[in-house]
Design a protein around this ligand. Structure first.
Ligand code: MD5
Ligand code: FE
Length: 203
């Protein structure tokens, strides 16, 4: 199913299900080289979501701010390559949503445990907002918050399930969004985890 969110964003229900084992193998390959870790925010908090990256550029945060970097600050080595299954799925989903020719160079992988949450924010560290962001949800369901162009705008609640893919582009690219604290509803394949990865053009 295809569920429109905004004028240029859409949930593709179950779009990743045919390639789910390839995606999970990709997550394992990435995290074997660059493990999930809890990063600090410039505001002095430690994120409840653990994250890692793959691709040429990876998103990081620490006391001095948010940025994309070519190397993993934990190891000093380049981020692991983006698995081909991630890039192919992202190109296909982007084209399906009206964004042909998507050429991603970054992928942020988030790991949620029960209680993990993501407060309302915009994704603004990418150089070019004309490229879409493609998001893939695996494991436990989450209640996604889809806000407006201002932090104070009322946010819609959208449940996201294992295998769902969301494409955010155009006029919806800079909308505020977040994730409600995760309930513990263990998933048959992943247990008490939710993995979300977002494929981006950052540079
Ligand atoms: C998640 N991750 O479920 C979400 C999915 C992040 C993040 O928010 O920054 O890692 S991506 C949701 C998203 C991305 C770009 C734009 C918009 C939503 N949007 O305009 O609503 O872990
Ligand atoms: Fe975000």
């Amino acid at each position: 199913g295809r569920v429109p969110l905004g004028a240029q964003s859409v949930v593709l229900r179950g779009f990743a299900l045919p390639v789910i084992e390839d995606l999970l193998a990709g997550v394992d390959a990435v995290t074997a080289q660059a493990p999930f870790r809890h990063m600090d925010t410039p505001g002095g908090y430690t994120m409840s979501v653990a994250l890692t990256n793959c691709g040429e550029l990876g998103w990081t945060t620490d006391a001095s701010g948010y940025r994309y970097s070519r190397s993993d600050p934990l190891s000093g080595r380049p981020w692991p390559a983006m698995p081909e299954a991630f890039a192919r799925l992202a190109r296909d989903a982007a084209a399906d949503a009206g964004f042909p020719g998507f050429a991603p160079d970054a992928c942020l992988v988030n790991r949620y445990e029960p209680g993990s949450r993501l407060s309302l924010h915009q994704d603004k560290n990418e150089r070019d907002y004309s490229a879409p962001i493609v998001s893939v949800s695996l494991g436990m369901p989450a209640m996604f918050l889809f806000g407006g162009d201002e932090r104070a705008d009322k946010a819609a609640r959208v449940p996201l399930f294992h295998g769902d893919v969301v494409v955010w582009g155009g006029v919806d690219r800079l909308r505020y969004h977040g994730v409600m604290p995760l309930k513990d509803l263990p998933h048959p394949r992943l247990g008490s985890l939710r993995i979300n990865f977002t494929i981006r053009k950052a540079g």
